[in-house]
Design a protein around this ligand. Sequence first.
Ligand SMILES: O=C(CO)COP(=O)(O)O
Length: 256
Amino acid sequence: MRKKIVAGNWKMNKTFAEGVELAREVNDYVRYKEGAEGVLVVLGTPFIHLAKVAHNITEPSIMVSSQNCATEKSGAYTGEVSAEMVASTGAKCVILGHSERRSYYGETSPVLVKKVAQALDSKLEIIFCVGEVLEEREAGKHFEVVKQQLVDGLFNLTPEQFAHVIIAYEPVWAIGTGKTATPDQAQEMHAFIRSVVAEKYGQTVADDTSILYGGSCNAGNADAIFSNPDVDGGLIGGASLKAADFFEIIKARARH
Ligand SMILES: O=C(CO)COP(=O)(O)O
């Protein structure tokens, strides 16, 4: 179902104690302060924080997520963490296909297809990231690139499986750079993504799909980005690392 979502991707930040404290603060904001009504909040923590954070969260509107999972269920894969293990912590979601994983760890679409299958097998929701690099945008290839990432990574799914996917559009040139896409650029790409989903799965499924924007989204620009009809929320990196900043973004999502 299409939802208003604000997801934090902590990336490789926060010691265990710091992460547990940040999650507690976010939980308290959502619980005791006004303004987060109707927003699904996701906390994308490092693996080692998952069990404790999932255990501590009291608010049903907060979902705990990992930032990756393995391509296999179990076995001799030193250093890997499976979707089944993630689910066993109480986490309900996994972020897959982030551009940092695609570029630094060689995650190609065939790898992502396996990870998506594992996540679905373990009943995890999936935040699936797509987005073009600067050269691709400058060459006018951004629509083509994003469509190919969707087709190659997700479109082997049945409509029932696809219902567990949230799409995050993250233009790589906007991630961690302070250079956000303009609200018009975000809307244009989100509408395009929805049309590509509609072509494959039909308009009803497309209308039910949540599409998040990510890339230098913060309390100052969230209102403008979230006011677009095809932007259902945000995937937030740097600005998710302080509870007060993150809560401002949650409130901005709730307002629109
Ligand atoms: O990559 C992102 C979220 O997944 C965005 O990161 P920033 O919000 O730090 O630009």
